[in-house]
Design a protein around this ligand. Structure first.
Ligand code: K2U
Ligand code: ZN
Length: 164
């Protein structure tokens, strides 16, 4: 397993909109494996392909206590959402910055697994937050983009200091 370099703001590549995956081959499986290794090493509970400069619709997630429940989602799409929850968020691409973000409490996600088989998952709580956070990355969106202009400006200023 290889660990990959994670892009960090202000890298404009994080704004790239990811393309759908059309080929389900060993290259895709290897990338998913390397993303899981990178996520566990960070450590984190989610990682989108955008963050490792691979602009395809692929995310990996593991919200288990002991890193034993990896979830790989290809071409994920939220098909239902309801409720609201606020959660303190961080991001491996925005080191040292945390902010409260409002997201849907409950979601239903359709995606494909690494064999291309259609899957469906319902999630709530932290898993729902993480899935929404990762799917934002595939659209070129980071969690700071959900903040007010003032809060985002202050966060970016703090990021400059943290990463200087
Ligand atoms: O996309 C990423 O950068 C990974 C995110 C995933 C995430 C962010 C906010 C809320 C839930 C998931 C994090 O960097 S993973 C770090 C982390 C660890 C435990 C709880 C929250 C965030
Ligand atoms: Zn993130």
């Amino acid at each position: 397993m290889t660990t990959l370099t994670i892009l960090t703001l202000p890298d404009k590549r994080l704004k790239t909109v990811a393309k759908p995956v059309e080929t389900f081959d060993d290259t895709l499986k290897q990338l998913a494996d390397d993303m899981l290794a990178t996520m566990y090493a960070a450590p984190g509970i989610g990682l989108a392909a955008t963050q490792v400069d691979q602009h395809i619709q692929l995310v990996v997630i593991d919200v288990s206590e002991d890193n034993t429940e990896p979830l790989v989602m290809v071409n994920p799409e939220i098909v239902e959402k309801d409720g609201i929850q606020k959660h303190e968020e961080g991001c491996l691409s925005v080191p040292g910055i945390y902010a409260s973000v409002k997201r849907a409490e409950h979601i239903k996600v359709k995606f494909q697994d690494l064999s291309g088989e259609a899957q469906e998952l319902e999630a709530e709580g932290l898993l729902a937050v993480c899935i929404q956070h990762e799917l934002d990355h595939l659209k070129g969106i980071v969690f700071l983009d959900h903040l007010s202009a003032l809060k985002k400006k202050l966060a970016l200023k703090k990021l400059e200091k943290v990463t200087a």
